[in-house]
Design a binder for this molecule. Structure first.
Ligand code: NAD
Ligand code: IPM
Ligand code: MN
Length: 355
């Protein structure tokens, strides 16, 4: 039996509520599989920690996390602490420190009841968004000049390095090639005359190494329309940090809402731990009520299993989610039901004995 050390950062708002259910599922799977076990260590970092200690995580937090096989995170950010502080000092800090430059966000419709589109649009909502996760519009570069004066100017600079752009695009080509699926690049070269012209150029350059991969390239505005009107156009999608952020909330809506949207922040070289977290935030509007949908967190746990090399168990967990949706009797309010977060988590564990 191999024991994996998992750092759990439940975080803020509904984060702890949904992470609990993911841990329940992972624990159940480990009980039924002699190949692996999990050793969970909890870190109480987040906005409450900030209000008490004046910082979002321990001073040596990154050093502490480095020892783990993976990180499982709920959500970060809560009213009372400015978002740019809470996110830059915890979530974005981890993504950047551990060079988790690949953000994998599957958009897969598991049950048509979950889709807001008309019936004839529901076929083949099954894409994987590969979001650049280390630089681009999230480089944190900029300036604030003449603060408060009438000449005031604010700059937010996108940073697209050749290394950073090539590696994400190459990762996407490799994924498309190994899965035998088409690859769509989403950019904006018409208006963003440096960053996205460069992106498009690299997409073409790297494409020469993958002559078998069928490609398309869309402007982000048109891509947003096609995702709704003809989602079957998209299989593997590669895009920049900010566009990927926005498109994956749109994608979440297509496949059942943020309560069902999972994400993995990967360091493909495995030099540092990767981090698994739902796409959604801390949902202050429903926090503390016990009604948050834990399925995004559970699905992210399934991505963790895939990443650790147990994709048979990852698939099993996904199967349990699918069964729960088909059954339809145990759904949280966002999915049209009346069940609690814990009800859904317990039902998932029950399904794990039969899938
Ligand atoms: P949000 O994702 O928290 O919520 C948006 C809407 O979706 C809300 O109505 C919420 O109730 C609903 N929702 C989200 N997850 C749900 C779930 N699991 N079950 C049922 N309903 C769910 O986005 P927001 O309100 O824009 O942001 C709130 C805070 O979270 C902010 O501080 C923001 O910066 C932060 N945030 C963090 C992350 C992260 O940690 N990865 C992601 C997004 C937002
Ligand atoms: C996400 C979130 C984060 C992002 C925020 C909270 C910084 O929206 O994970 O999608 O923009 O990456
Ligand atoms: Mn987002």
């Amino acid at each position: 039996t191999r024991t994996y050390k998992i750092a759990v950062i439940p975080g803020d708002g509904i984060g702890p509520e949904v992470i609990n259910e993911g841990v329940k599922a992972l624990t159940k799977l480990a009980e039924t599989d002699s190949r692996f076990d999990f050793d969970f260590t909890y870190f109480p970092w987040g906005c409450e920690y900030y209000l008490e200690h004046g910082k979002m995580m321990a001073e040596d937090g990154i050093v502490q996390l480095k020892e783990f096989d993976a990180i499982y995170l709920g959500s970060v950010g809560y009213p009372g602490v400015p978002d740019h502080i809470s996110l830059w000092d915890l979530l974005l800090k981890i993504r950047k420190s551990f060079d988790q430059y690949v953000n994998l966000r599957p958009i897969t419709l598991l049950h048509e009841n979950m889709c807001p589109l008309k019936n004839d649009k529901k076929d083949n909502i099954d894409m994987l968004v590969i979001r650049e996760n280390s630089e681009g519009e999230y480089a944190g570069a900029g300036d604030w000049l003449y603060k408060g004066q009438k000449e005031e100017v604010v700059l937010q600079t996108g940073v697209f390095s050749r290394k950073g752009t090539e590696r994400i695009i190459r990762y996407a080509y490799e994924t498309a090639k190994s899965e035998g699926r088409s690859l769509t690049s989403v950019s904006k070269g018409n208006a963003l005359n440096y960053s996205m012209v460069f992106w498009d150029q690299i997409f073409e350059e790297v494409g020469k190494e993958f002559p078998d991969v069928q490609t398309q390239s869309y402007l982000v505005d048109a891509a947003s329309m096609f995702m709704v009107q003809q989602p079957e156009r998209f299989e593997i999608v590669v895009t920049s940090n900010l566009f990927g952020d926005i498109l994956t909330d749109l994608g979440a809506a297509l496949a059942g809402g943020l309560g069902l949207a999972a994400g993995a922040n990967i360091n493909p070289e495995r030099r540092y731990p990767s981090m698994f977290e739902p796409v959604h935030g801390s949902a202050p509007d429903i926090a503390g009520k016990g009604i948050a949908n834990p399925l995004a967190a559970v699905w992210s746990a399934s991505q963790m299993l895939d990443f650790l090399g147990y994709d048979d168990q990852g698939k099993r967990l996904l199967k349990a989610i699918e069964r729960l949706l088909i059954d339809g009797g145990c759904l949280t309010p966002d999915m049209g039901g009346q069940a609690s977060t814990a009800d859904v988590g317990s039902r998932i564990v029950e399904y794990l004995s039969i899938v």
